[in-house]
Design a protein around this ligand. Structure first.
Ligand SMILES: Cc1ncc(COP(=O)(O)O)c(C=O)c1O
Length: 396
């Protein structure tokens, strides 16, 4: 049996392979440089162009660009009308922003546990958490797999709730042939560098409701009804602040990068799916390694590839497997510490262990493997080799 790098053996790779990485090419760079030479660095023509291209891509009527995914979620909670006393249902197996956006508006996040196979929000748990104070449901397309939107839509309609998708992971995916971004009343996206496309930092909200889109454009601009370029075009200095908003604007530099990245998204999603399939095949032969389940009615965008360790078959903890894989040069990660276990939520909302047992148990076993479109075949094989090697040494 080969000696592990963590015990002084030779690592599978010398340089650490990250779990995610952007792909920026010459066309992207040129697109940004062109904007730098133009008159508009922000609030210019590239914003509307990116919004249109994005809305068309996901098949939504409207897209509203903002400066990160968290701002996108906050903006969504604003137009949903969440305020003090309101509850919003959200899964715990996600990044903190999915719940923080509710708290920004003074609302209360109510955590609904996830399905044990997919770790996506469980519609039955959602139904069980609805009260007269519930205002909306946030479905998180965790890892890039769309949630069960038909089931969630039925529940939302029955209780007159708005359905919001945190689709930060899932751009390029689809559910029953319908693209992510057109599955909920409002869908929020992130363009952080590890996400399906990047603008450095950036976000978007899609909707079919032009009234909501208009209110979101006001909210991202301090609550002011016209933007700088509109006033310039009208030759007017007058503006009115009609509500308390934020500066959540995305620059033209970033929008130009986003437009250029969007052209490549479909190819990138295919590449991610190809890598995921190679992982699935390789891990099918390792009993202590269990990939997440995939529903058969979705196209998975594979932002993340997750394995679950069967700890009963191993003589070490997840932490040890994690460190051993890092020592082999594989930049593994863990997504996520369930949000209701974070100190802030425990102190502010009295959440804690036992509230969402499925998410809590899953969390103990999860490891995220590297997956990004620009990964080479050899990188993928290195990951597989390292997982095989580490599991072989540690299995009972
Ligand atoms: C599920 C999810 N929601 C929201 C966000 C927040 O996005 P951003 O980092 O662009 O604010 C992220 C990003 O990490 C995420 O993974």
């Amino acid at each position: 049996m080969e000696k592990l790098a963590i015990d002084g053996g030779k690592p599978v790779r010398k340089n650490l392979l990250p779990y995610g990485h952007q792909w920026v090419d010459e066309a992207d760079i040129q697109a940004v440089v062109e904007v730098l030479r133009s008159d508009w660095l922000t609030t210019g023509p590239k914003v509307a162009e990116f919004e249109r291209a994005f809305a068309d891509f996901v098949g939504a009527k409207e897209a509203v660009a903002v400066n990160n995914g968290t701002a996108a979620l906050h903006t969504a909670m604003y137009v949903v009308g969440v305020g003090p006393g309101d509850e919003v249902i959200v899964p715990p197996m996600t990044f903190a922003s999915s719940a923080n956006c509710i708290v920004f508006q003074g609302g209360t996040p109510v955590f609904a546990d996830v399905d044990p196979g997919t770790l996506l929000i469980d519609p039955a748990q959602v139904e069980a958490k609805i009260t007269p104070r519930t205002k909306a449901i946030i479905a998180v397309d965790y890892t890039g797999q769309p949630c069960d939107y038909d089931a969630l839509r039925t529940i939302a309609d029955r209780h007159k709730l708005l359905l919001v998708a945190d689709a930060s992971h899932a751009l390029g995916g689809s559910y029953k042939g319908r693209p992510v971004g057109a599955l909920a009343d409002l869908s929020a996206f992130s363009f952080h560098p590890v996400k399906p496309i990047t603008t450095g930092e950036g976000g978007m909200i899609t909707t079919d409701d032009p009234g909501l889109a208009q209110r979101m454009r006001v909210f991202r601009n301090h609550g002011i009804t016209t933007d700088h370029r509109q006033r310039e075009q009208q030759g007017s200095w007058f503006y009115e602040m009609v509500d308390l908003g934020y500066n959540y604007r995305l620059t033209d530099l970033q929008c130009a990068l986003g437009i250029s990245q969007l052209h490549k998204l479909s190819e990138w999603v295919k590449r991610r799916q190809e890598i995921a399939q190679r992982y699935d095949e390789a891990f099918a032969g390792i009993p202590a390694v269990e990939p997440l389940e995939m529903r058969n009615d979705v196209s998975h965008a594979y932002h993340l590839y997750m394995i679950r360790l069967d700890l009963a078959q191993l003589r070490v903890t997840r932490a040890k497997v994690f460190s051993a894989l890092r020592a082999e040069g594989i930049g593994v990660n863990v997504h996520y510490i369930p949000v209701h276990l974070h100190l802030f939520y425990r102190e502010r909302f009295g959440t804690g262990p036992g509230l969402c047992p499925v998410a809590e148990t899953a969390y103990e076993r999860l490891i995220t493997l590297p997956l990004f479109a620009v990964m080479r075949d050899q990188d993928v094989e290195d990951v597989i080799e390292a997982v095989r090697k580490v599991i072989e040494v540690y299995q009972l």
